[in-house]
Design a protein around this ligand. Structure first.
Ligand code: BV8
Ligand code: ZN
Length: 261
């Protein structure tokens, strides 16, 4: 729970590293990764769909899944948790925001530098030659779109006619080298680590908090359920990010207590 030690740590923090997962976007209406297989997708294995092999095996199924998710992201808005993180960037000397999420809610909440370990659902490229693909701009609001049926034929590259694939990092693919370097550097240099809304099951992303903790850096976990990190986190704040983060920010930087320091 939130206590004076945690409040003091946050208030005096010089470099906060934040790692977020799908849970931070849950209150915005974006299903978490493992829940993403609701509705149309409950009978498929996420790790199979989120892989090059899965895409080559059934391009229309995988492209349809990503278009279903992308349409959903376009209709959602940042929630209070995203907004507090953007606020922390203004409040503290240095904040490094690292996300596993492929949505852009951190950016839309005002965070200026977001390290996307697993790419973006708003980017796509040719599977063969890597040429970038620009999604058609919606003439009207995306919600006038009816979610794509279960399967959707991906477009073809204008240069080589290869299949267009989502610009995310699939299972079995390496993370962007530069992004990983900056994320690892932040985990090694920060004096406080905050881990929000991730099951900490996917690697190497899940190594980042462990890297910080292994150096003796205190770690705050925000999650309604226990995860692999619960045993080693310094502070476990059990609950929804959209509720906990505003409360934590208020106690650290707004309340009378906060004003005294
Ligand atoms: C790679 C993009 C090697 C696509 C994703 C050890 C080291 C390295 C690799 C491995 C390893 N062991 C195994 C591997 C392989 C694999 C892996 O980790 N497998 C797992 C399943 C064991 N890793 C890889 O393949 C990685 N690549 O290692 O490459 C390599 C090296 C050189 C050359 C070639 C290859 C690539 C992994 C990236 C996969 N892509 N996403 C897409 O989105 O479709 S992963 C995807 O799942 C997400 O991006 C996310 O990162 C990940 C986990 O999801 P979470 O974000 O944690 O979400 P989840 O649903 O699991 O949990 C949500 C949490 O939120 C829950 O805890 C819940 O309680 C909480 N929550 C819910 N509501 C709220 C909340 N919290 C707060 N508030 C709320 N309201
Ligand atoms: Zn191409």
């Amino acid at each position: 729970m939130i206590n004076d030690t945690l409040i003091k740590r946050l208030r005096e923090c010089q470099h906060l590293a934040i790692v977020t997962g799908a849970g931070i976007s849950a209150e915005s209406g974006i299903p978490t990764f493992r829940d993403a297989l609701t509705g149309l997708w409950e009978t498929y294995d996420a790790e199979k769909l989120a892989s090059e092999h899965g895409f080559r095996e059934d391009p229309s199924l995988v492209w349809g899944w990503y278009e279903w998710r992308r349409h959903n992201v376009l209709q959602t808005k940042p929630n209070p948790a995203h907004k507090i993180i953007a606020q922390l960037e203004k409040q503290l000397p240095k904040v490094t925001l690292i996300t596993q999420n492929v949505d852009d809610l951190h950016e839309r909440a005002g965070s200026t530098q977001v390290l996307h370990l697993h790419g973006s659902i708003h980017q796509a490229r040719c599977l063969e030659c890597g040429a970038p693909y620009n999604y058609p701009q919606y003439a009207d609001k995306p919600d006038s779109f009816s979610f794509p049926e279960q399967k959707l034929e991906p477009p073809h590259c204008e240069c080589c006619h290869g299949l267009i694939r989502p610009g995310v990092v699939w299972f079995g693919e390496s993370l962007p080298v530069d992004v990983w370097h900056y994320a690892e550097e932040a985990a090694e240099e920060c004096d406080l680590m905050m881990v929000i809304g991730t099951s900490s099951l996917v690697f190497p992303a899940a190594n980042l908090p462990l890297l910080a903790i292994g150096r003796g850096t205190p770690a705050i976990q925000v999650n309604p359920t226990d995860t692999q990190l619960s045993q080693v986190a310094t502070f476990n704040l059990k609950g929804k990010a959209g509720v906990i983060l505003p409360r934590l920010y208020e106690l650290a930087f707004i309340t009378e207590l906060g004003m005294k320091c």
